[in-house]
Design a protein around this ligand. Structure first.
Ligand SMILES: Nc1ncnc2c1ncn2[C@@H]1O[C@H](COP(=O)(O)OP(=O)(O)O)[C@@H](O)[C@H]1O
Ligand SMILES: [Mg+2]
Length: 284
């Protein structure tokens, strides 16, 4: 399924083989997309990051924990159907839904997919959910997309009505803060918490600056990084039925030339996440 992946996969297998000789287990890097609010771009960024990694030759598996909406799963299902309909091959992650049965089932699913892949990408529902919390505590990279709005910011912290200074951390920020401390104590891993600003808009320079200031202030208190994400673009909604992304250059028709900038912003998002190179994973 994963076309164009031969070189890096080949290298990766080599590293795994060396890992076996040295007794080192290959470990998948867990990227968890989470916040407790719907409509902030979790599924959209998750699917784009997963496909971007697969297109670079990484072995990627996605687990959709939002078993009701299944946006990530549906996107990739549409992509698989497009491959069949058009008789083409595209970079393609493995994708499954977690059906919310038990933590033991989830752990088995994670273990099975983790053994065969370089990255596990988790999409979670936009509400407090015990399984979303569970995967968040096991993340290597925890991505929280927020729209550039103080309504979404409220999820991480509250700002003063007069001067926009941060007044208070939210319950969610406290939760992640505690999870990171626990995780560092348990196995020495520091969860890299990245707040991704989604649906950025050129017309909103003033609001953007206020958000930048508030995020900078808050990031020092809670220990996340903030990176620019995807701009507001209709294309991110239009491509859903075909499951295509801006990366699928040869298959987009006229869209291909109109969206060079968008492709670049997607690349920058993946760079901003600072994920390990595939070859490093086995030794991580
Ligand atoms: N950068 C963007 N530009 C335009 N529309 C977007 C963008 N990001 C998300 N959307 C749209 O916003 C809605 C919510 O996004 P989604 O990824 O489903 O959020 P979540 O998973 O957090 O609920 C969807 O209709 C999606 O297509
Ligand atoms: Mg979603």
């Amino acid at each position: 399924m994963r076309e164009g992946a031969t070189t890096i996969q080949g290298k990766c297998r080599g590293v795994q083989y060396l890992g076996q000789i040295w007794g080192i287990m290959a470990k998948a890097h867990h990227i968890v997309f989470a916040n407790e609010k719907g409509g902030t771009g979790k599924s959209t960024t998750a699917v784009h990051v997963a496909i971007a990694l697969a297109s670079r030759g990484a072995r990627v598996a996605c687990i959709d924990l939002d078993s009701r909406q299944r946006t990530l799963y549906r996107y990739l299902e549409n992509r698989r159907d497009t491959m069949t309909r058009r008789k083409i091959t595209l970079p393609m992650p493995v994708f499954e839904v977690f059906e919310h049965d038990s933590q033991a089932t989830l752990e088995r699913q994670v273990e099975r997919l983790g053994a065969e892949n370089d990255f596990l990408v988790f999409d979670t529902p936009g509400r407090d959910d015990p399984y979303a919390r569970f995967v968040a505590t096991r993340a290597n990279t925890l991505v929280t997309p927020i729209n550039d709005s103080f309504v979404d910011f409220d999820l991480i912290g509250q700002v003063d009505a007069e001067n926009f200074k941060v007044r208070k951390l939210s319950f969610y920020a406290e939760l992640i803060w505690d999870a990171r401390k626990e995780r560092a104590k348990a196995d020495g891993v520091t969860i890299d918490w990245v707040v991704v600003r989604n649906r950025l808009h050129n017309m909103e320079a003033h609001n953007q600056q206020r958000m930048t200031d508030a995020l900078n202030e808050l990031s020092k208190r809670v220990g996340f990084r903030s990176v620019p994400g995807l701009n507001e673009r209709v294309i991110y909604r239009e491509l859903f039925p075909s499951g295509l992304t801006l990366i699928d250059k040869g298959h987009l028709g006229q869209l291909a030339t109109a969206h060079i900038v968008a492709r670049q912003e997607l690349r920058e998002l993946v760079t901003g996440l600072a994920l390990p190179e595939v070859g490093q994973l086995a030794l991580a």
